[in-house]
Design a protein around this ligand. Structure first.
Ligand code: 9MR
Ligand code: 9MR
Ligand code: ZN
Length: 530
């Protein structure tokens, strides 16, 4: 077999594929002309359980369509070499957020065949008080379920907004959404849809509720058919700190487009910051009557660090600096970018502010930590035939997110240093996502000749349309699967990279989420900005 990036390669980039089972390969142009052939030496690869080798075909630079074949009648998917090879993937992965919108009709002119009625317009009640109701209209459905969760939403927004701040041009695309042509770039209009919902999760005193979901997951029905009441669960310091960070960040970004809105966001951030420094840690646990996702996280020090970094950028206030310096003593990982560990988002904010805003000493310490991590990831990616930054036990639930966040770290390292070796390793992570993996699948719906087709996503399961909505990233292989489709008993002998089922029932390997799409947008945006 030969596994490759089905979304294609840029003409002058490093081009790699992975070969298994045979050590001879041929590259053909789509009209059948042999372009290149070669031999490689296979070695055991522990992630995939295959004997595998890297094929480097960087010398082929001519734009066009190609495929690989070997001596055993094997033929790979066709792929392009083209300057624009990521354009569709970027647009579709950005449009995904529109398709996750809650509380409004998705009209045919924007959603095409995936049009659907407005959902979840009945509001929700504050847990413990059925008579205290809130509108709770808007925001994005988190995932394959219809819940809305503040910590998950804030992290997805962060990837999009930091991306926009770092390379606005590449993310300023027409997404054909209702706001297109208005005063905001489409990406910011889309983010505003989520920000406005998150604003509603704030209490009078500044505390922020953790999530708004039905008490248990509804069945596999269209969202407008879900008439379960929404429960607004208690305040957590995790959600409150993420709220502060995302509101302060957004207030900076929207300032030049809409000053009153930017002021509203800043005021909301300040109010919750005051709550945060007055209150101890309130970790979230599901109340006994609620069984939807928890996003459980036992430590809020990293959330507070991110909030402090953004508050310092907003107001240069001393209590924020105190929190930042205090966190530096805690030996946290300072590069993590996922929903549970967000210190990397704070680090990113500090690094992006330049050398002097927080002081040279802090800047240099954080840049060093960041580059240490990027070096570690680069070494791993250089030492296996698939070029990935993971080892078998790191294929956790949502392993594709880990791959993509590692790619984010590598992109930022490239931006800081100009060192191409970081960029190459980042590219290999995208290669894996788009098909250079032992499942021979592109993990983005609609992108590539062999893209996964059966996401654990309620509208796609219920809409009677064969093709899934395009642009959605699968969670990916899970070393400890826990659903009936990717049954752990059947998978005990399966190597980590293959513990995956393209099956609608497989929530632990094949769900989609907003924060699995957002790092893809960041990385594709970065690539397109070069
Ligand atoms: O969608 C699944 C539902 O049909 C099952 O009854 C339930 C059992 O735990 O799991 C649901 O899957 C969840 C998903 O829709 C949202 N993400 C987490 C999943 C499992 O907790
Ligand atoms: O993405 C989350 C993953 O990292 C966790 O291991 C998993 C179990 O706690 O939960 C995932 O989050 C789900 C959330 O709880 C509810 N919506 C769907 C999310 C994706 O499966
Ligand atoms: Zn909804």
């Amino acid at each position: 077999m030969i596994y490759l990036n089905q979304a294609g390669y840029a003409p002058n980039s490093t081009k790699r594929a992975t070969i298994t089972g045979n050590n001879h390969y041929n590259l053909f142009s789509a009209d059948g002309k042999k372009i290149l052939s070669g031999e490689c030496t296979l070695e055991f690869d522990e992630n995939s359980g295959e004997n595998a080798a890297v094929i480097d075909f960087s010398e082929v630079t001519e734009e066009g369509r190609y495929f690989f074949a070997d001596e055993d009648n094997f033929r790979s998917p066709e792929f392009v070499i083209s300057k624009n090879h990521y354009d569709q993937a970027l647009r579709d992965s950005m449009k995904m957020f529109y398709f996750q919108r809650c509380g409004m009709e998705l009209e045919e002119k924007y959603a095409g065949v995936y049009k659907r009625k407005a959902c979840h317009c009945g509001g929700g009640y504050i847990l413990g008080d059925r008579f205290q109701r809130r509108k709770m209209l808007g925001g994005w459905h988190d995932a394959g379920d219809y819940g809305r969760y503040v910590t998950a939403g804030a992290v997805a927004l962060a990837h999009l907004l930091y991306g926009y701040e770092m390379f606005p041009g590449a993310l300023t695309l027409n997404l054909n959404i209702p706001e297109s042509g208005g005063s905001l770039p489409d990406i910011l209009a889309e983010c505003k849809y989520e920000l406005d919902w998150i604003l509603d999760m704030q209490d009078e005193d500044g505390g922020v509720h953790h999530k708004c979901t039905s008490a248990s997951f509804c069945g596999f029905i269209m969202p407008d058919e879900d008439d379960l009441d929404m429960v607004i669960t208690p305040v957590s310091s995790l959600a409150t700190a993420d709220f502060v960070a995302i509101m302060a960040l957004a207030s900076r970004i929207y300032h030049k487009f809409d000053e009153p809105y930017s002021n509203t966001l800043a005021a909301a951030a300040r109010k919750s910051w005051t709550w945060l420094i007055k209150n101890p840690s309130f970790i979230f646990e599901n109340p006994k009557e609620v069984t939807t996702g928890t996003y459980e996280d036992l430590c809020d020090a990293d959330e507070r660090f991110w909030a402090a970094a953004e508050m310092y950028r907003l107001d240069k206030n001393e209590d924020a600096m105190k929190v930042i310096l205090g966190t530096m003593e805690l030996h946290l990982s300072m590069h993590c970018l996922g929903w549970a560990d967000v210190a990397g988002l704070g680090t990113l904010s500090i690094i992006n502010s330049g050398t002097d805003f927080f002081g040279k000493d802090l800047y240099n310490r954080l840049v060093m930590k960041w580059l240490d991590e990027a070096d570690r990831l680069k070494l791993i990616s250089q030492s296996n035939a698939f070029g990935i930054t993971l080892r078998p036990i790191e294929f956790t639930w949502g392993s594709n997110m880990v791959i993509l966040m590692n790619a984010m770290i590598l992109c930022v390292a490239h931006k800081l240093t100009g060192d191409d070796s970081y960029l190459k390793s980042a590219q290999y992570q995208l290669d894996y996502i788009f098909g250079r993996n032992a499942m021979d699948l592109s993990y983005v719906t609609g992108i590539g000749e062999r893209a996964f087709k059966h996401p654990h996503l309620r509208p796609t399961a219920a809409d009677n349309i064969d093709a899934p909505i395009p642009g959605f990233v699968s969670g990916g292989p899970n070393f400890r699967p826990c659903d009936e489709a990717a049954n752990p008993d059947n998978m005990s002998d399966v190597p980590a990279m293959k513990r995956y089922a393209d099956d609608v029932r497989s929530y632990s390997t094949n769900e989609i989420t907003i924060y699995w799409n957002s790092p893809l947008v960041f990385v594709l945006g970065y690539m397109n900005s070069l």
